[in-house]
Write a protein that binds this ligand. Sequence first.
Ligand code: ZN
Length: 390
Amino acid sequence: MSENTTVRTFRFRLYPTKPQQAALSETLRLTRTLYNAGLEQRREAYRKYGKTLSAYDQQKELAALKEACPEFGSVYAHVLQDVFDRLDKAYKAFFHRVKRGAKQAGFPRFKSAQRWSSFKFKQCWNNSKNDWTTCGRPVDGGRRISIPKIGNVKVKFHRPLEGKPKSLQIVLDCGQWFAVYTCEVPRQTLPATGSAVGVDVGTTWFAITSDGEFVENPRHLERAFKKLRVQQRTMSRRKKGGNRRRKAVQQVAKTYRKIRRQRQDFQHKLAHKLVKEHDLIAHEDLKVSNMVRSNLARRIADVSWSSFFEVLRGKAESAGRVVIAVDPRHTSQMCCKCGHICRGNRVSQSRFVCVQCGHAENADVNAAKNILGRAVPSGVNGEGLPCAVV
Ligand SMILES: [Zn+2]
């Protein structure tokens, strides 16, 4: 990938016929079987011979596997290879967590059917021909896409694909099938705005900016959570193995999906706004703040903040903006005017009055200004716009 491009994903609903559905499900089953067998093989190899197998080692055995178990011949070769790449990633993530000293490193697990919902074609584009391969190529005037070994599956392209398609993932989500394309798109750098902002995250407000903007926690999520609780109660009342139970489980899964989508939507919109308006965005480094404050509400909110920051970084990167994570220690007790740090500065949860210089401000905005000030030390304690640095 060149420096002027970035990666984006595009997700489209698929409408497979009954036989295509069966073939897709069978591919899921076979790839999951392969993943679990591959995991077992790696564990064995390590336990017995102290040997660490690589994806490449395992991919070399695929030909022999197809000979012994002809059913794997019904799955496209790249899809099978990708299973071992995924296993490799799971191992690498595990070792990374161990190295970082995580309390629960979580060894790669065997996948149950519930935890295995996708497979991947790793090459959609033939660079030398500068054309699609047979994987994911739109056919039939864009009404279907070609999926090797499955057929031409009906698709709804609700928006145009952009850039050069790299890979295609087929995903089963709450009983619906989706085609997820990963594309290389040209970076669209936004014009400079000369503005920088500090963002403080909280539990009362989702975010507070150094410009004095308060972003509410998404309310619709709370409504969805209420609905979820009712559905979960219904589910647990119903008899296991029954048809009514199965339907209730599906309802719960659908609500979860809705929550996930709403949260993503909220995060994308907020990130988009920040990236559009500012050249530089500073936020607290959650790795550091976790060591300082660790109450439960914060831990839970942390999950959505870190995924928000990830979205923000992605958007900033493709727009040519800068995102900086700063050490948040004492940002809530420090005066953004004179830099005096004192517990007494915090008169109440929301009010900040400096005991030294008398500067008074909303406590969260003061903290956000400090966050900005740390990202751009040359700025006048977060007050002036430090455009020169950007
Ligand atoms: Zn002060």
